[in-house]
Design a binder for this molecule. Structure first.
Ligand SMILES: C[S@@+](CC[C@H](N)C(=O)[O-])C[C@H]1O[C@@H](n2cnc3c(N)ncnc32)[C@H](O)[C@@H]1O
Length: 393
């Protein structure tokens, strides 16, 4: 099977797969390959925080044009998976100079599937784009085609708890990935002081309390398959094997009271409103709880702010971390696409990880704050980020 993910999250996804008992785990680019049975497949969809989709590859072949693609897709015995009374949909991702349009490629794949049935049975399955019996996925990398069936349906980042969103919500899979990359395991307080619609704190709470992210979903594509096993699925959905105790505080705060109302609605729809404290406050006025804290935040990147306002904001983030958060051994992580603004924080990052948020290349920077550390250490401006592309420093 293939678990698809986002750039930079392959390691944490591989760890998660190990945790659900997957075998033969191999990391690739934005994907992790693994083996397992039907239960592993259902678990992957229900339990993984950092997977976008779980695919089952049926065939990998070389095709240089649409005719070759059509012929190869027709080789698969599609009546093992569907009958003429079922429905299909095809999604495509194309990165090739030989094939330009993913829509056209998807159409060709669909033609090959339905033509096979017409040739054999004189009848064909119809197309249902929203809730088909079988969702087929074609991925073309230059001339290498991977034909898979999609067990997830809608991308797994759509957990089902987000009804409302703020101005620039972060993808749920990226938020969970950041928390796992930061190494937070629920062993101290967690704060997102610029929480917007609450994505990072909700993902943190799910990790802390062991709540499987798939539990809120309306459904998964594999529920429509002819080999769907409701007994295994219902057992996994109803099981309480996942849940954990958590003894610290999770705090989301934002300067905008309006945005916090959205965060509150989202925490309620995830049934986490009693587990997450929401506070309307600018970061520099937020009082952290006593004891060790993990701060993970996604400040504005500057699309709506003037450069001097953005620089002041990042400078004030650094000042607040130094002044308030170094008292209680805080591990602070900040994601931003604006590396110039990140320099205004004025602290030397101990780690820089490259991630991609939407289409924006971002730095996810760690700042370790210890009490008693020499002030001068923090006052050193760090000198740029030229050497950090994609690796841990
Ligand atoms: C990019 S958004 C965060 C989005 C959030 N991660 C989500 O998933 O919805 C940045 C947030 O920072 C907040 N913000 C800006 N300046 C702030 C400040 N000084 N103190 C606290 N929050 C601030 C904004 O109101 C906005 O909600």
């Amino acid at each position: 099977m293939i678990a698809k993910t986002m750039y930079g999250l392959e390691d944490v996804l591989a760890d998660e797969l190990k945790g659900i008992g997957a075998a033969k785990i191999t990391k690739s680019n934005r994907a992790v390959y693994f083996e397992g049975n039907k239960e592993t497949l259902y678990r992957a969809n229900i339990q993984l925080h950092t997977a976008l989709k779980i695919l089952i590859p049926l065939a990998t072949f070389d095709a240089k044009n649409e005719v070759q693609l059509y012929n190869m897709v027709k080789e698969v015995e599609w009546d093992k998976y569907i009958s003429t009374s079922d429905t299909v949909a095809v999604d495509g991702v194309v990165n090739s100079t030989k094939f330009n349009h993913s829509k056209f490629v998807s159409l060709k794949v669909k033609d090959a599937v339905v033509d096979q049935f017409r040739d054999k049975y004189n009848r064909r399955p119809s197309v249902d784009a929203s809730n088909p019996t079988l969702r087929i996925h074609i991925h073309i990398d230059e001339t290498t085609c991977t034909l898979s069936i999609d067990s997830s349906g809608e991308s797994l980042h759509k957990r089902g708890y987000r009804n409302e969103q703020g101005t620039a919500p972060i993808n749920e899979v990226l938020a969970a990935g950041m928390i796992l990359l930061a190494g937070w395991k629920g062993d101290c307080h967690f704060i997102d002081p610029m929480c917007g619609s609450g994505t990072i704190v909700i993902e943190a709470a799910m990790i802390a309390y062991g709540i499987p992210p798939g539990i809120f979903r309306k459904g998964f594509a594999f529920e429509n398959w002819n080999d769907f096993d409701p007994e295994i699925f219902n057992h996994l959905m109803d099981s309480d094997e996942y849940y954990k105790e958590f003894e610290h505080q999770i705090i989301g705060s934002d300067i905008s009271a309006q945005t916090l109302r959205i965060a509150l609605m989202n925490t309620k729809s995830a049934s986490l409103h009693k587990k997450i404290e929401l506070k309307a406050s600018p970061f520099n006025e937020l009082e952290p709880p006593e004891g060790k804290c993990m701060v993970i935040t996604n400040p504005p990147y500057g699309e709506r702010l003037k450069p001097h306002q953005l620089n002041n904001l990042y400078k004030s983030i650094g000042d607040t971390l130094k002044k308030i958060y170094s008292k209680n051994q805080t591990d602070a992580w900040i994601i931003s696409s604006n590396t110039d603004a990140l320099k205004r924080i004025g602290l030397r990052p101990s780690k820089k990880i490259k991630l991609i948020n939407g289409k924006l290349e971002c730095g996810f920077y760690q700042f370790k704050l210890y009490s008693g550390s020499k002030k001068s250490k923090y006052q050193k401006q760090f000198d740029g980020d030229t050497a950090d592309k994609g690796k841990l420093l």
